[in-house]
Design a protein around this ligand. Sequence first.
Ligand SMILES: *[C@@H]1O[C@H](CO)[C@@H](O)[C@H](O)[C@H]1NC(C)=O
Length: 540
Amino acid sequence: MDTIINSSSEAWGPEASLDAAVSSKRTYLLFGLGFCGLLAIWHYLTPSQHGQVKEPPAVSPSIPLIGHFLGFYQQGIQYLETLRRKTPWPAFTIKLFSIKTYVVTTPALSHVALRSKSLSLEPLSATVATRMLGLSKAADRHFGIDERGEFVGSPTLGERRVEFSKLLGSGSTLSEPSQVASNAVADAVNKFDSNWESHDLFMWLRDVITVGTVAGLYGPKNPVALDPTLIEDIWTFDENQLRLSWGIFPKLVAPAGVRAVNRISAAFENYIHSGNDKLGSAAVQTTIAALKRLGLSDNDYSRLEVFNISVATVNTVPTAVSMISAILADPKLLFALRDEVQAIAATTTPPTKKHAQLDMAAAQTACPLLIACYQEALRIGSLPTCNRAVLEDTTLVDPDTGVAVAMQKGHRVSIPTFMLHGRDQIWGGDAQKFDPWRFMPGGSAADAKGRAREQGFVPYGGGVHLCPGRHLAKAEILASGALMVMALDFVVGGEMAGASAAEVRAKESKSGAKKPKAAERMVRIRRREGWEDVVWSVKA
Ligand SMILES: *[C@@H]1O[C@H](CO)[C@@H](O)[C@H](O)[C@H]1NC(C)=O
């Protein structure tokens, strides 16, 4: 998951603020202002001298001063793509007053940037999180902000991140939450019968995935299980992140956002006070213990979880929706997947009900097309903007072209992955089209064994800030895909039926919105013919 602003997949860090923008012009304006505001906020150190290596060329707007604002206002995040075309360099600089953002635009250079030790997300998270979540002064220290309000770094923050990633990386501390999350999808699928029901695919998956993810991470007595209306608050928070991050009169500028933060954090305070955290995953329990050791208050803990719970859910949902809607738009693909997933289904016929269990560990080798659909959904549906602060003057070399670019301490780096995931040159043409075959062995996005390319494919961000929840998200998205194609029949109505995935995607990426419009998402769902009486389950 990604400035703490939206939480696209380099989740758990301040990324993706850029694609938090939604469709209206007004939002573009806010976006433009926010972008510039953030630059101002994050410019925390003075620039130093030049070497011979040059900084990426500064692209100047056609109208001085207000040009960049106008560009974002009119084009949203796509404005960055317009700027990219103005220079052959693998990066360009947006300069606003004394603040520079180096926007990295090629797969090879972003690969290097994400791995550079001189670039870090932490100064950005530190400033933005405290502002956005309304943390106490005491929490500053834990983020590595000193009394003067300057970022000096905190080793424990990194240690916690490593520990958290490890627990959600493999073994039973991953498989338990994955199992719980997948069970939630199976429960939802089992509720259908042979009658057609109309559903908004996005909302249906949103609720199912949120309930599952949150139960997997926080246990059966989690805040969402006790109060499902919090799901709406999680999305409200996500939509308000950019405005909250400005830190200027939040109650006036983002009243709904403030209310959502308060509601979610109150529920987490209650969670920890009533001891329900004892039933949470190892990752969550370890975090709570670590924060207690650091002397962080329950209130600050609860506020931090507002961010984590949002990152953990708002990125998984659009990816799952991209995948399912593309499958539903292509009957041949749906039938091919049914054939493939059949191989991992074990059916039994006990006296009362028929059972079918999907073995998701076996899917790793037995279901290459399903995995390819997941990769392709990530490429199209998970577009974090990875933001970093430059910790010290540094030179990055683009391995493809040999071009060296200088970056000065105190400025910012931005890697908008929509530019990488959506460019024809990088993906063998037709990058806007959902085409899982490109991730199959020998396809343009995979090697002969079907391993996905690494360069230019960063749905979960990268480097030390690679999303720790990626394995859990993968388990859940694959389980949703497998269960839905096997257990259900669909009729796709409204606009989505006519529109190709590419058209839907093009609309979404223009608006930068994570939610397709309601009319594009209506589907009718029932149990798959011939499988009406089967009880489905998943072995994660
Ligand atoms: C939130 O997620 C991060 C990993 O990105 C983790 O280190 C941290 O412990 C989690 N929980 C809280 C309350 O910060």
